[in-house]
Ligand binder design. Structure first.
Ligand code: ZN
Length: 184
């Protein structure tokens, strides 16, 4: 719970950000929370009043705040942290799980052959498989992918971007997962 964050939505229910308890407290105090969800609640302690009582503010694990509901098309930033999590730290060629420092980003169609650096052209690969595949397509190398790479949607991205998700937050995000990932 100590590292847990609060999921901030817009009032239409679209995830906007992971925020800290302090940021959430500010929204509550400024009366900018429109509604809240989730079973978990955090308590944040404030100052001590004249009677010697400390104020305690209760914060929900998911809250919707006032403001614009416009959200544009969303493509998550392609960074290895998220990529490896999308692929569950598995090499998508040999299927073995590795720790992140032993993994690499493989371009299915190699970058040197105009393969793009995009979610659907990259997979997690161990160093051995990446080296073996070299400058070839999987077909040319005779190596088969164990899963089809996909672009995480907004809800999946919020899952990828937080390593300390609470169960109720996960339940909320999961409702909009595309079904491409196997980690739901
Ligand atoms: Zn491998």
């Amino acid at each position: 719970m100590r590292n847990a964050k609060i999921l901030r939505l817009n009032k239409a229910g679209t995830p906007i950000d992971w925020i800290s308890r302090e940021q959430a407290a500010t929204l509550v105090v400024k009366d900018q929370v429109v509604w809240a969800l989730g079973e978990n609640a955090f308590e944040i302690r404030g100052g001590i009043n004249r009677l010697g009582r400390q104020s305690v503010l209760s914060l929900p694990s998911i809250l919707a705040s006032d403001g614009s509901v416009k959200v544009g098309n969303f493509v998550p930033p392609l960074v290895n942290d998220y990529l490896f999590r999308r692929d569950q730290f598995l090499c998508l060629y040999c299927g073995v799980e590795f720790s992140p420092e032993l993994l690499s980003r493989d371009h299915i169609v190699p970058a040197s052959r105009n393969g793009t650096d995009s979610w659907t052209n990259v997979v997690t690969a161990c160093q051995r498989c990446n080296h073996r595949k070299a400058n070839r397509t999987p077909e040319e190398a005779g190596m088969e992918l164990i899963a089809i790479p996909f672009v995480p949607n907004r809800y999946e991205f919020f899952y990828l971007a937080n390593k300390n998700i609470l169960a109720d937050q996960m339940d909320f995000l999961k409702t909009q997962f595309s079904g491409n990932g196997t980690w739901q």
